[in-house]
Design a protein around this ligand. Sequence first.
Ligand SMILES: CC(C)(COP(=O)(O)OP(=O)(O)OC[C@H]1O[C@@H](n2cnc3c(N)ncnc32)[C@H](O)[C@@H]1OP(=O)(O)O)[C@@H](O)C(=O)NCCC(=O)NCCS
Length: 142
Amino acid sequence: MPDRLQLRFIKKTDPAGLKRIITLYRAQGWWRPSDTPRGLARLIKGSHCFLLAQRGGRLAGMGRAISDGAGDAYIQDVVVAASERGSGVGSKIIRALLARLKTDGITWIGLIAQDNSAPFYSRLGFRELKRSAPMLLKGSHV
Ligand SMILES: CC(C)(COP(=O)(O)OP(=O)(O)OC[C@H]1O[C@@H](n2cnc3c(N)ncnc32)[C@H](O)[C@@H]1OP(=O)(O)O)[C@@H](O)C(=O)NCCC(=O)NCCS
């Protein structure tokens, strides 16, 4: 029987844990040569919440939210390991983030659906904002 998926919010992790998270960022092309494990530790600590999905000690996926802690939040960095895609892990990550944000009293929840992932988010209750466009400061890393 396959190992059960475990979802866990973290505020910090050890060097081996950071390495596993970096592997996932890197696989998705979300890791620049200038990024560092120390910077990642700060990012985890500074996020409103940072969720790991683990199966049998391996990292199956992750996601996080940044927030003012009062009303608004953005979901970011949602990624599922290639070998785990298409079996509901991404949906579980989003549902767990939404439940956590709701518990924390956060009701305005936005995100940017990168790489044509909008249908994935639509199934989970998100809708496209009309007359709006995601924007990024020139020179920022995508
Ligand atoms: C997008 C992603 C997180 C989805 O995770 P997942 O575990 O494969 O998703 P699920 O298995 O929970 O899929 C739920 C549904 O969404 C659909 N779906 C999943 N990824 C999709 C995508 N990229 N585009 C459109 N639909 C998608 C699935 O087909 C499934 O539909 P079904 O219920 O009718 O079968 C994963 O594909 C991924 O890590 N992609 C690369 C990173 C990325 O694009 N992140 C999101 C952008 S910010």
